[in-house]
Design a protein around this ligand. Structure first.
Ligand SMILES: C[S@@+](CC[C@H](N)C(=O)[O-])C[C@H]1O[C@@H](n2cnc3c(N)ncnc32)[C@H](O)[C@@H]1O
Length: 316
C-alpha cells in the first residue's frame, strides 16, 4: 500500500520525520517543526528503492523462515512464541468441526443415552415450512452440513433424492445411524467452502445452522459455489442469525461488552444485519424469494431466532 508519506518520499527523496523542509514551518510550533528534530538512533523513513527491497524480501521468504530468523536474533522471544503456539493449538482444537460436534454429541449422550447432535436446539418449524412450501417433491436435493442427521430426517420425505454432506466423516456416521429407517441418502464427505460441489447438479440446496460459522469473505466463496452447484432457477434455503433492529444491535453489543470484543464461541457463530446477508447472497448470484424469521416458541432454550432465506439462482 502506498501511503501519503510514500508519495512525499518519491517527490522529495527521504524526509526525516521532524526535520522541516519548509522554512515557513519554523514559525508554526504546531506544524511539522514541533516534532522532535534531534537525530534519532533509529530511522523511520525509507527511500522508494529501500521500500521496494523490503517488500520484495517480505514477499519472497516463507513466514516460518522469517520467524526462525527472528527467534535466533532475539532468543528471549522464544517464550512468547511457545505460548502463542500453545494458544494456537488450543484454538485449533476448539475450532475443529469433528471434535467440537462429537464432544457436543457426547455431552448430549451423558444425559440422553440415545440422543443426537442438536437434541436441545429446536427451531426447525419455520425453516422446514419454507422447505415444504418451495421445494418440489421430486427434487434432487443437497443438505449442506447435515451434522448428526437432525434436519436430514425432516428433509428426506420431502424430496425425490437426497445427498447430505459434512466435513466430518465421523459425524456422517452419526447421521447414517439417525436416518437408517428412511429412504436411501447419499452421504458425502466435503471439504473447504463448497469447492468440490459439481456444476448444476441440484434442484435445491438446503443448509440449516451452517452459514453462521463463516466470515464475510468465506461466505461469498461458499455461496458462489452453492450457486454453481444449482441448476438454473434452483433454490438455496439457508438459516442465519441476523440483527434487524436497534434493540438487537444493542443486545449484540452487550454480548461483546460482556465477553470481550475478540470473543467467539468455539463454534464461531457470526451474526450480521439481514441486509448484509442479502447483499452477500445477491453478490453470489441469487435473488431473494422470501425471508422469514423463526418464532421464539420454536426453540427449547432461550435463543435468538434464525432468519431463514429462500434464494433462487439467478438465470440471467
Ligand atoms: C451446527 S451443526 C448443524 C448440523 C445440522 N445442520 C443441524 O442443524 O442439526 C454444523 C455442521 O456443519 C458442518 N460443517 C462445517 N463446515 C462445513 C462445510 N464447509 N461444509 C459442510 N459442512 C460443514 C459441521 O461439521 C457440523 O456438523
Amino acid at each position: 500500500m502506498i501511503s501519503m508519506q510514500d508519495d512525499l518520499t518519491r517527490e522529495r527523496g527521504p524526509v526525516a520525520v521532524g526535520v522541516s523542509t519548509n522554512s515557513s514551518d519554523t514559525a508554526s510550533p504546531s506544524g511539522a517543526s514541533a516534532l522532535n528534530a534531534a537525530a534519532a538512533p533509529v530511522r523511520f523513513d525509507a527511500t522508494e528503492e529501500e521500500s521496494q527491497r523490503i517488500a520484495a524480501l517480505a514477499g519472497s521468504t516463507k513466514g516460518w523462515l522469517r520467524l526462525s530468523r527472528l527467534l535466533v536474533r532475539q532468543p528471549k522471544l522464544a517464550v512468547h512464541a511457545a505460548r502463542t503456539a500453545l494458544r494456537g493449538a488450543g484454538a485449533g482444537l476448539r475450532a475443529d468441526h469433528t471434535l467440537s460436534w462429537l464432544i457436543h454429541v457426547d455431552t448430549v449422550r451423558q444425559v440422553i443415552p440415545n440422543g443426537g447432535m442438536g437434541a436441545t436446539w429446536g427451531g426447525l418449524e419455520t425453516f422446514m415450512g419454507l422447505v415444504a412450501k418451495h421445494v418440489e417433491r421430486t427434487a434432487h436435493a443437497l443438505e449442506l452440513g447435515c451434522g448428526g442427521g437432525r434436519v436430514t430426517r425432516h428433509i428426506r420425505p420431502l424430496v425425490g433424492t437426497l445427498v447430505a454432506n459434512d466435513v466430518s466423516d465421523r459425524i456422517l456416521d452419526e447421521a447414517r445411524v439417525a436416518t437408517s429407517d428412511l429412504a436411501p441418502i447419499d452421504f458425502r464427505v466435503t471439504y473447504g467452502l463448497g469447492d468440490d460441489l459439481r456444476n448444476q447438479e441440484f434442484d435445491a440446496v438446503i443448509g440449516h445452522e451452517l452459514l453462521m460459522q463463516f466470515d464475510f469473505d468465506e461466505l461469498l466463496r461458499f455461496c458462489s459455489n452453492i450457486n454453481r452447484s444449482l441448476k438454473p432457477g434452483g433454490l438455496f434455503i439457508a438459516s442465519v442469525y441476523t440483527f434487524d433492529d436497534a434493540a438487537e444491535i444493542e443486545q449484540h453489543m452487550g454480548m461483546i461488552r460482556d465477553h470481550g470484543a475478540g470473543a467467539r464461541s468455539p463454534f464461531r457463530v457470526h451474526r450480521m444485519p439481514r441486509r448484509t446477508y442479502q447483499d452477500i447472497f445477491e453478490a453470489s448470484g441469487f435473488d431473494v424469494v422470501e425471508a422469514q424469521r423463526s418464532r421464539a416458541e420454536e426453540y427449547q432454550a432461550k435463543k435468538t431466532p434464525h432468519t431463514n432465506f429462500v434464494l433462487r439462482r439467478r438465470t440471467a
